[in-house]
Design a protein around this ligand. Structure first.
Ligand SMILES: CC[C@@H](C(=O)O)C(=O)SCCNC(=O)CCNC(=O)[C@H](O)C(C)(C)COP(=O)(O)OP(=O)(O)OC[C@H]1O[C@@H](n2cnc3c(N)ncnc32)[C@H](O)[C@@H]1OP(=O)(O)O
Ligand SMILES: [Co+2]
Length: 133
């Protein structure tokens, strides 16, 4: 298991991309809309991990709700795993609240699922697994 990315909720994706291009002295290498999550993502490489900027694509997106309540900032940490189904079963058995029955399609050709922040010392955790093809 390793940290795949940190997710940062932003108000205005264009302006956040400009800021992070300056901050990290590098280009955003990928932009992708993920309809299931009602977000647009912008990715930056930082060594073996990534920074994922997240802008809402709809007023009822979880990102719009988060930014309205807490303002822009760190939204989640994502751990890449080899077998997301096995890992979710293990976490359920340990008593963690997994936020969906099944993983769904995330950005960057990954399957993703989330664990409630109340179980992780206030941090929303994403698990992700590379999909074939
Ligand atoms: C692009 C796809 C994918 C990828 O490939 O990387 C992504 O990253 S998608 C990212 C966006 N999607 C998600 O976050 C999906 C999972 N999240 C959820 O299901 C919800 O956001 C939530 C975590 C269940 C919270 O939703 P809800 O219960 O409706 O929100 P509330 O506003 O009522 O909050 C309840 C409680 O939880 C605290 N909270 C909410 N979000 C976070 C957060 N990101 N980090 C830490 N804490 C969070 C919120 O403050 C409330 O706390 P209390 O007020 O103390 O009750
Ligand atoms: Co993410």
């Amino acid at each position: 298991m390793h940290i795949d990315h940190i997710g940062i909720a932003v108000e205005d994706l264009e302006s956040a991309v400009e800021t992070y291009e300056k901050l990290l002295d590098g280009q955003c290498y990928k932009r992708e809309v993920v309809e299931d999550q009602q977000v647009e993502t912008a990715f930056f490489k930082t060594g073996q991990s990534k920074v994922e900027l997240l802008g809402a694509t709809a007023p009822d997106s979880v990102i719009a709700k988060y930014v309205a309540q807490k303002g822009q900032g760190m939204h989640h940490v994502a751990f890449e795993v080899d077998d997301i189904h096995a890992e979710l079963d293990r976490l359920r058995e340990e008593g963690f609240t997994v936020l969906s029955e099944e993983p769904s399609r995330g950005a960057d050709n990954k399957l993703v699922a989330f664990v409630h922040p109340k179980d992780n010392c206030g941090v929303l955790v994403e698990l992700c697994q590379e999909q074939d093809g």
